[in-house]
Ligand binder design. Structure first.
Ligand code: AVI
Length: 310
C-alpha cells in the first residue's frame, strides 16, 4: 500500500488551520494517542455504549451466513485494526491466507500482530500505517481477492460524501472481486444515542478532553483542561452525534508562532458520528459501486453489519 506519511509540521499546520477557522475544529483522528486509545477501549465496555457489544453479538450469531456470503478470503484487510481483536475473531470462519492490519499507528499494530502470529502461524501477517483520509492503493495485492473489514461504525466518523469516496476507492481496489464487511450504527431513540455519548462515568468526556492534551504535546500548546467541558448531542436533522469541547471562560491558547482567543461557551468541534437507516446505508454502498449488499442486525435494530460485494 502506498501511504503518504505526514511530517510533524504538516500535522501542526492541519491542527492550527482547524483551530483558526470561524468554527474551530480538531480532526477526530487526534483522539487516538496512547491515553485516547485506552479511553476509547474503556468506552467500548460502558453499559451506555451499545455499538461494540451489539456488533460482536451480530457477528457471532450470523458468523456462518456472513462467511458464506463472503466465500473464499485470500487477503483480509483490517481498516483501523487497533488491537486486532475484531479482525482476528474472523480468522476461524474466514480462514484468510493473509492478514493486513492497517491503522494510524503502526507500533500499536506490530505489538498486537506479534502475539497473533504465534497463535496463527499459517496466516501471513503484516502491519501497515494508514490514514483513511488518503487514497488506498495496494499494488502488491493486484489480482488477489481482497476482503476489507471496517467494523465499529468508524464509517460514522466520515461525512457521507467522504464515506462514498472511501467505498468507491475500495471498489476500485477490489477490481471486481472481494468486498467490504462493515459495521454501522443505526438511527434510534435520541435518548439512547445521547446517553451513549454522555456516559455517567465521564469516560467519553475524558476521551474528548484528552484531545487537548494530545494537541499540547503535538503543538507545544497550552490548553488548560480545567477550562473546557465535554458537550455531545444528537442532531436529528443531520442524523449525527456532534461532539464539541466548550470553553468555560474567556481564554487564550497559544503555541509557538500563534494563538487563539476563545469566548465563553465557544465550541471546538471534535467529532461527528453519523447514524444511518439500513436503506440509506445500503444505498450509499451501492452508489459507491458495490454490486450486491447483504445485511444482518440485532433484535432491537440498533446496529447493522453489511457485506457489500465489489
Ligand atoms: C470510533 N467511533 C466509531 C466512535 C463513535 O462512536 O463515533 C468514537 C466515539 N466517540 C465518542 N464515543 C465513541
Amino acid at each position: 500500500m502506498s501511504q503518504k506519511q505526514l511530517p510533524d509540521f504538516e500535522l501542526s499546520k492541519e491542527i492550527i488551520d482547524g483551530l483558526l477557522q470561524e468554527k474551530p475544529s480538531i480532526s477526530p483522528k487526534f483522539f487516538y494517542d496512547e491515553i485516547g486509545s485506552h479511553l476509547f477501549e474503556a468506552i467500548t465496555f460502558l453499559e451506555e455504549y451499545y455499538p461494540t457489544r451489539t456488533e460482536k453479538q451480530i457477528m457471532s450469531q450470523y458468523s456462518k451466513e456472513i462467511s458464506a456470503a463472503i466465500g473464499v478470503c485470500d487477503v483480509l484487510l483490517d481498516l483501523g485494526a487497533g488491537n486486532c481483536q475484531k479482525g482476528s475473531a474472523l480468522f476461524s470462519s474466514l480462514k484468510p491466507r493473509e492478514y493486513r492490519a492497517l491503522d494510524i499507528s503502526k507500533e500499536f499494530l506490530e505489538k498486537a500482530i506479534l502475539g497473533l502470529q504465534k497463535e496463527f502461524p499459517q496466516i501471513m501477517m503484516q502491519a501497515q500505517t494508514c490514514d483513511l483520509q488518503n487514497e488506498l492503493t495496494f499494488p502488491d495485492l493486484v489480482g488477489r481477492k481482497k476482503i476489507f473489514f471496517y467494523p465499529g461504525s468508524s464509517i460514522g466518523n466520515f461525512d457521507p460524501d467522504a464515506a462514498l469516496k472511501l467505498f468507491q476507492n475500495i471498489v476500485q481496489v477490489c477490481d471486481g472481486d472481494g468486498g467490504l464487511l462493515i459495521g454501522v450504527d443505526l438511527i434510534k431513540d435520541p435518548e439512547v444515542l445521547n446517553h451513549a455519548y454522555n456516559d455517567m462515568l465521564g469516560i467519553t468526556a475524558a476521551f474528548n478532553k484528552n484531545i487537548l492534551l494530545h494537541l499540547n504535546r503535538l503543538l507545544k500548546a497550552n490548553f488548560d483542561l480545567r477550562c473546557w467541558e465535554h458537550y455531545a448531542v444528537f442532531n436529528e436533522q443531520s442524523a449525527r452525534i456532534e461532539m464539541y469541547l466548550r470553553s468555560m471562560r474567556q481564554q487564550s491558547v497559544s503555541w509557538p508562532g500563534g494563538e487563539k482567543h476563545f469566548e465563553v461557551n465557544e465550541l471546538i468541534h471534535t467529532e461527528n458520528s453519523y447514524k444511518y437507516t439500513q436503506a440509506k446505508f445500503e444505498d450509499l454502498l451501492v452508489s459507491g459501486g458495490f454490486k450486491t449488499v447483504r445485511s444482518w442486525t440485532d433484535p432491537q435494530s440498533y446496529f447493522l453489519v453489511t457485506y457489500a460485494a465489489a
